[in-house]
Design a protein around this ligand. Structure first.
Ligand SMILES: Nc1ncnc2c1ncn2[C@@H]1O[C@H](COP(=O)(O)OP(=O)(O)OP(=O)(O)O)[C@@H](O)[C@H]1O
Ligand SMILES: [Mg+2]
Length: 334
């Protein structure tokens, strides 16, 4: 089954075709990131206007690789995300579904992040129950996946998401004004000896739950940075290590508490080198297979949307089809 995925939850306009949930036949991503760098954050109206501009060229490119007559279904991000951006993707998907007379599958963006692993690995190797850590720009959630479509929310961030904390800290440290997580991490990797090691808090690390909190950490960075003339790479490294300490230990705690058979990582921050390597070490100690998405599939893309649709395929009646509308605050358990 060949599914066309469409993703427009934030500043990307993406379309992909994935066969049977795992084989990518087309992958196109256009981003309006450059337009938001000047303002230091996404301007929702600009993001949506750019998606209007990009949508048809992106689809045209996909249909050059897979003729539209070969598409069996269309999947689209329903939320969470920016309302204007979601509208562009959903309306394009509805129009295509009507024109091609194919089923439409609405997909939760956060659940789509899980499916980067079903493309990056042999799906048969991913055994349930699996524990999923979604770490992205807007979310940090631990979810128990009993099966496709059978999810149990364990906990998540009470305030800032991990990616948001990376981006805000990159701004505090003058590393980058917009989406500075990757640059902060690159700089942190250059730190050989750290005079500030252990000086930042590890929020909720020893609490007996699966929740996270990163907003206080950002304030602590501000204080540390104002205190003295510490080299920026040392502060960046201490910040990254504090975040990774909490993410790794909470994930390992949940994995052992629920005796899972696999651990999956998803979302933009799953590209973080320290997180990947330290989680790999801890998972190995517990002898639980860890699945990491290919770097290209960590952030927002439409292959994950198409894969999620294959594994969670529910044909809609015409009435349900008419009712599909964007849900900017969709949660993982909705
Ligand atoms: N190597 C890295 N280290 C740390 N953070 C990173 C790295 N690469 C990307 N990120 C962060 O990942 C985030 C982007 O991820 P993603 O695109 O999944 O978020 P989003 O789609 O905006 O949010 P959500 O998925 O919650 O709706 C940004 O905060 C970015 O800084
Ligand atoms: Mg995302």
């Amino acid at each position: 089954m060949k599914i066309l995925g469409i993703e427009t939850s934030c500043d990307e306009t993406a379309a992909s075709v994935v066969e049977n949930g795992t084989t990518e036949l087309a992958f196109v991503v256009a981003s309006s990131k450059d337009f938001h760098e000047k303002t230091g954050g996404v301007v929702p109206e600009i993001a949506a206007r750019k998606q209007v501009d990009f949508m048809i060229p992106v689809l045209d490119q996909v249909f050059k690789e897979v003729p539209k007559e070969e598409i069996d279904a269309i999947a689209v991000t329903q939320g969470p995300g920016l309302i204007g951006s979601l509208i562009v993707g959903i309306e394009a998907a509805k129009a295509l579904a009507l024109a091609l007379d194919k089923p439409l599958v609405p997909i939760n963006h956060l659940i789509a992040h899980f499916y980067a692993n079903f493309i990056s690995h042999n799906p048969a190797d991913i055994k349930f129950p699996a524990l999923v850590l979604v770490v992205s720009g807007g979310h940090t959630d631990l979810v128990l996946m009993h099966d496709h479509g059978d999810l149990q929310y364990l906990g998540g961030t009470l305030d800032d998401a991990a990616g948001e904390a990376f981006d805000k800290t990159a701004r505090i440290l003058d590393i980058a004004s917009y989406l500075g997580g990757p640059q902060l991490s690159k700089l942190a990797a250059t730190c050989k000896q750290n005079s500030v090691a252990g000086s930042l808090p590890r929020p909720l690390l020893n609490k007996d739950n699966y929740d996270f909190s990163f907003s206080g950490l950002k304030t602590a960075v501000k204080r540390l940075w104002a205190q003295n003339d510490f080299p920026v790479e040392e502060v960046a490294c201490e910040f990254e290590t504090a975040v990774v300490d909490v993410l790794v230990e909470k994930t390992i705690k949940a994995a052992s508490d629920f005796s899972v058979q696999s651990i999956l990582l998803g979302g933009g921050v799953s590209a973080n080198t320290q997180l990947r390597s330290r989680l790999q070490l801890r998972a190995k100690e517990l002898e639980i297979p860890l699945f990491l998405p290919e770097l290209r599939l960590c952030g927002d893309n439409a292959s994950t949307v198409a894969s999620a649709a294959f594994y969670n395929f529910t044909p809609l009646s015409l009435e349900d089809f008419k009712r599909i509308s964007p849900n900017p605050s969709l949660s993982i358990t909705d």
